[in-house]
Design a binder for this molecule. Structure first.
Ligand SMILES: NC(=O)c1ccc[n+]([C@@H]2O[C@H](COP(=O)([O-])OP(=O)(O)OC[C@H]3O[C@@H](n4cnc5c(N)ncnc54)[C@H](OP(=O)(O)O)[C@@H]3O)[C@@H](O)[C@H]2O)c1
Length: 437
């Protein structure tokens, strides 16, 4: 005798919603053999017909809230995006005692703690595998595969648009603005690319990962973020000469005083696995105390890849393997309410590019100001062929790598350098990361 189906209401029939419907329709029989209950779409929530999408005989509600109230729905799948209507829908679905699956990192990053509390109070799961790194099962890895570990750090390339832009800049020597326009034309970047190139989207995802990894409330996982716009094609050349590539990195690391949570372009060793993750691909590395570093790579976006993660959550629900726990409860032993550290307390080596007058003694002045902050220089480069003349004065970039230093000291060194008469404009600082070191 067939068990009762898990009845699914899908709200938002855009790129991901349609891909989920397609996957469930095409693979329904196979999925039914893998779970004790078949997955059945019992309602769709869409406010207007979608060109090219045929709902067939599926019941359609034009008001998504009717899906949450529909007694023929066991689980509401929220694939609308945004933080207003989506919040109302998820709150109502939970209040109705229905499980929820969402791909919405912005919603969970902003309102996750309250929504997970509501889910826990009702004893229903709120699943979100698709909200971080698209098709890569990183939430499941943290929740289940790494359950025996204390997580020490995690690092990710978790915004495909940023990775596409930096990959193109590196391989074709093109400027940021130019590649951004191409990313928009290809549909990788939104018309307003701020969320991607300023690191906001990656910060949303990192706050969810940090909550899972360190057992902190999402609201306390305050992420520092810095965008890509100041990186120039020359920086890729200098990085290469030092043995590094430049990647859009999201990083969470446990320190004694709290958590470092940051999103920014970073130099990573050219031979690191991360350095090979190119284009719109995503990757996440997790360092567990028992297992050591682990790496997860794959498609971080796209309808089908994201649908893969949504359906994985639905399969977990059909198998009843998802409890009603908020993400932080998975590591309740962990950091408690440990604060997110201010950027001044971050520790990392730095890459500095300083445009300085090409004159005797300037290099020594630069080195002296950096040493005065207790910072050691690891490597230094100055290439006469990169010199530029401005108002009759010749300037040449001094490019250097420091050893690991507290960011407050680097900040002071940069301020001192920028006040030198021989230094023109602002100093570019990028952070250097070698994962787990
Ligand atoms: N696309 C990806 O690669 C990807 C990857 C990971 C996660 N996600 C997440 O998945 C979610 C969906 O993304 P998407 O790319 O599929 O977006 P999308 O193509 O813009 O689709 C969103 C759909 O939701 C509908 N919608 C929005 N508000 C609604 C409301 N109040 N009532 C009814 N329908 C509503 C829209 O309908 P209208 O056309 O009527 O406005 C649209 O069809 C987002 O949270 C996104 O962050 C996407």
């Amino acid at each position: 005798m067939m068990n009762t189906p898990l009845r699914i209401g899908i709200c938002g029939l855009g790129t991901v919603g349609q891909a989920v419907v397609r996957l469930l329709r095409e693979e329904g029989d196979t999925l039914a053999r893998r779970a004790p209950r078949p997955l059945e779409i019992s309602a769709l929530g869409m406010r207007a017909p979608k060109p090219g999408f045929d709902p067939g005989t599926l019941p359609v509600h034009t008001d998504v809230l009717a899906v949450a109230r529909d007694p023929a729905v066991d689980v509401v799948v929220e694939l609308m995006g945004g933080t207003d209507d989506a919040k109302t829908l998820v709150e109502l679905a939970l209040a109705e005692g229905k499980a929820v699956v969402t791909a919405n990192k912005a919603l969970l990053s902003e309102h996750g703690d309250a929504l997970f509390a509501a889910a826990t109070a009702k004893g229903v799961p709120l699943a979100f595998e698709a909200a971080v790194a698209g098709g890569i099962p990183i939430i499941k890895a943290l929740r289940e595969g790494l359950a025996g570990n204390r997580i020490e750090w995690l690092a990710g390339i978790i915004n495909g648009t940023s990775n596409f832009i930096l990959t193109e800049m590196a391989s074709a020597g093109r400027a940021f603005e130019d590649v951004l326009k191409e990313a928009q034309a290809l549909g990788y970047a939104e018309a307003d690319p701020t969320f991607d190139v300023e690191g906001i989207d990656a910060a949303h995802k990192l706050s969810l990962l940090a909550s899972m990894a360190f057992g902190v409330p999402i609201a306390s996982a305050k992420v520092f973020s810095e965008g890509l716009a100041r990186v120039t094609p020359e920086d890729f050349r200098y990085a290469e000469a030092f043995g590094y590539r430049i990647k859009p990195l999201a990083l969470a690391r446990r320190r004694d005083a709290g958590l470092e949570l940051r999103v920014h372009p970073a130099l990573v060793p050219a031979d690191a696995l991360f350095a090979q993750v190119n284009g719109v691909q995503n990757a996440v590395m997790v360092g567990g105390h028992a297992v050591g570093p682990t790496l997860y790579v794959g498609a971080g976006a796209g309808g089908d890849a994201t649908a893969s993660a949504v359906v994985a959550d639905l399969m977990d629900l059909a198998r009843s393997t998802l409890g009603a726990m908020p993400p932080l409860a998975y590591r309740a032993e962990a950091q408690g309410s440990a604060p997110a550290l201010p950027s001044a307390a971050f520790q990392a080596p730095a890459y500095l590019r300083i445009l300085a007058e090409d004159a005797p003694g300037v290099l020594a002045q630069v080195a002296t100001l950096i040493s005065a902050q207790g910072i050691n220089i690891e490597a230094l480069m100055q290439k006469a062929q990169d010199s530029v003349a401005v108002d009759g004065i010749t300037y040449v970039p001094i490019v250097l790598l420091t050893r690991t230093a507290e960011e407050a000291a680097i900040d002071r060194a940069i301020a001192a350098l920028e006040s030198l008469p021989a230094v023109r404009g602002s100093v570019l600082r990028l952070r250097v990361e070698s994962f787990g070191a």
